[in-house]
Design a protein. Structure first.
Length: 163
């Protein structure tokens, strides 16, 4: 079982237990994301990484943009959606991505990926970074004492990573 599948299977029931009331609260004030918005950001990250995973698996290299994370979160209106709908969609989309990742040939894991203006990284790195990025946000949403670090975290302000 890939790390992505393990992560979503472990975290799904915990996220389901979060109440609607807690999911709308902005923990550090209005400038921070609520759990609804933060999990929505992970859906947006899934959508952007989905394209990266597929293109890097079938093309000689991947070149593509980053994305305006706050704009994506705002435009999707996660704050107004039911929490359970967001949780279920996050889980289902990541199950889909886990199946995709399992089908990527090992030889494609070395494909170079150029995301935005960042330095080139391998597809294997992009996948690993995606999972670490997800765990980082889940840890933050759930108020865990230990929040998972991930390689790209040092490049962005807290609560608004580059991935």
């Amino acid at each position: 079982m890939h790390q992505l599948e393990q992560t979503i299977e472990r975290e799904y029931p915990i996220l389901c237990a979060v109440t609607e009331e807690r999911a709308v609260v902005h923990p550090a004030g209005a400038e921070s994301w609520s759990p609804k918005q933060e999990l929505g950001h992970l859906i947006d990250s899934a959508a952007n990484n989905h394209i990266r995973f597929v293109r890097a698996a079938i093309e000689p290299e991947y070149r593509g943009p980053g994305y305006a994370q706050n704009n994506w979160v705002d435009l999707h209106g996660y704050q107004e959606m039911p929490w359970q709908s967001i949780v279920d969609f996050w889980f289902q989309y990541n199950q889909f991505l886990a199946r995709l990742i399992a089908r990527i040939p090992e030889s494609s894991m070395k494909t170079l990926c150029f995301v935005g203006s960042g330095a080139p990284v391998t597809l294997a790195f992009v996948i690993e970074d995606y999972v670490l990025h997800m765990q980082h946000h889940v840890d933050h949403m759930l108020g865990r004492e230990r929040i998972t670090a991930y390689p790209s975290a040092s490049l962005a302000p807290p609560n608004q990573p580059k991935s």
